[in-house]
Design a protein around this ligand. Structure first.
Ligand code: ATP
Ligand code: MG
Length: 423
């Protein structure tokens, strides 16, 4: 059999024309987190299926229908990670990172969910994650939100809005759950099939339903704010004060829920109307019960995750970042002898000036075709080595982006000449 093998639906390639923007966005994220004192943790892309079932919860879209699960050759059930928090918590427990210490962590990489692919929604996508362990808050809740706000600022994005809610504690939520079951139960005929099925097991998930027929019902549903315990209400009020202190505006959205038992108190989402239907850029929340639930000691925790495809798209359409990533210099060498000498020369230039980015023409070609490539590379300067220059051990230095005159310098004067022109 021969012929073309296609990629997998919903799993995209990020092409060389696109990666410069990704790299810039990634650098902003990384630098911002490092500057706030967060450190990177890298975890595997594959974990035991049980980890996700237990941490994300059985009655969720992810576990019910989105996971890439398979048996390995030893008949162990493994799953491609649909999100990063579970793996981070597993690693933290395994390495004792939560024992008598606080941790500020960031992480990131590809995630996998079997969803219906569409713009902004893919089967392989990338997240950038931040998690803080060992902090009760609400100062750390405010810090995590401040970090995301600073990231939008650095990227020049101003149309992302913050929605905020508090879920209280699992205990205080119980009464609310029962009230929801009663409320939606009384309207059972108006529920979509999925919601009807989830009603008893995870009624808060119904508030998350995107089903059009459900929206009016959801809007009129009882509010969790009326069921907050006093400590959670205090926590939520302090968080709002802290956000007010640094001028971060938000909307309290009482329908914003994450219907999992171990979530507690703060939940938030950054949304935009610039990306069509998939407008959630970043979502996060406090999950004080998860470390304990996965076998560690009780450890307060909070985190958020950015959907990178959506963020990069947002930066792309807002057009605020310049992505000039060409080399400094393109080395043009015409003729066999000159090409061979160029190869030696360029390596010694790299030894002596490691900060300069120098692309050497590969695949020979005439002056004309090499200059075309030089121009396309984005380089500021071309070095030119032909037979004549080879004989006199000299080289031509030519500006590609302005009208400065071409000059000829000796080989040992190349770096000085380049630097003079780059300044
Ligand atoms: P949604 O309601 O859009 O499905 P979610 O609640 O499943 O979102 P999270 O699990 O909170 O999303 O993931 C955090 C972020 O990751 C989202 O806000 C979004 O930006 C991004 N994201 C989630 N799923 C996808 C996907 N399939 N493709 C691209 N980005 C995604
Ligand atoms: Mg989803």
């Amino acid at each position: 059999m021969s012929g073309k093998i296609t990629g997998i639906r919903g799993m995209g390639d990020i092409l060389p024309d696109e990666t410069p923007l990704w790299q810039q966005v990634e650098a902003v994220l990384r630098d911002t987190l490092q500057s706030y004192g967060y450190r990177e943790l890298r975890v595997p892309v594959v974990e035991r299926t049980e980890l996700f079932k237990r941490s994300i919860g059985e009655v969720t879209d992810i576990v019910e229908k989105e996971m890439y699960t398979f048996d390995d050759r030893n008949s162990e059930s493994l799953t491609l990670r649909p999100e990063a928090t579970a793996g981070i918590v597993r690693a933290g427990i395994a390495h004792g990172l939560f024992h008598n210490q606080k941790q500020k962590i960031w992480s990131g990489g590809p995630m996998f969910r079997y969803e219906k692919p569409q713009k902004g929604r893919y089967r392989q996508f990338h997240q950038f994650d931040v998690e803080a362990f060992g902090f009760e808050g609400p100062d750390i809740d405010a810090e995590l939100i401040a970090i995301s706000a600073r990231i939008w600022k650095k990227l020049g994005l101003d149309s992302i809005e913050l929605q905020l809610n508090s879920l209280g504690t699992p205990e205080s939520r119980n009464a609310y759950r029962n009230e929801l079951i009663e409320y939606f139960g009384a309207h059972e005929n108006s529920l979509d099939d999925e919601s009807r099925e989830r009603l008893q097991r995870n009624p808060m998930r119904l508030l998350d339903s995107k089903h059009p027929d459900m929206q009016a019902l959801i809007k009129a549903a009882p509010r969790i704010a009326d069921h907050l315990d006093s400590k959670s209400a205090e926590h939520f009020a302090s968080l709002q004060e802290l956000l007010g202190d640094i001028g971060i505006t938000y909307t309290v959205n009482s329908r914003l829920v994450r219907g999992l038992d171990y979530y507690s108190r703060t939940v938030f989402e950054w949304v935009t109307d610039q990306l069509g239907a998939q407008g959630a850029i970043c979502s996060g929340g406090r999950y004080d019960g998860l470390v304990d639930h996965l076998g560690g000691r009780q450890t307060p925790a909070i985190g958020w995750a950015i959907g990178m495809e959506r963020l990069v798209e947002m930066v792309r359409i807002s057009n605020k970042l310049a992505t000039d990533t060409g080399p400094d210099v393109y080395f043009v060498a015409v003729g066999d002898q000159a090409s061979r000498q160029a190869f030696k020369l360029v390596e010694s230039l790299r030894d002596n000036a490691p900060d300069l980015a120098i692309e050497l023409n590969a695949g020979a070609g005439s002056f004309k075709s090499q200059f075309k490539r030089a121009d396309k590379s984005g380089a500021a300067i071309a070095l030119i080595l032909g037979e004549a220059e080879l004989d006199s051990k000299s080289i031509g230095v030519k500006a590609l982006r302005n009208t400065e005159e071409q000059e000829t310098v000796s080989w040992d004067g190349i770096i000085t000449a380049i630097r003079a022109r780059l300044n």
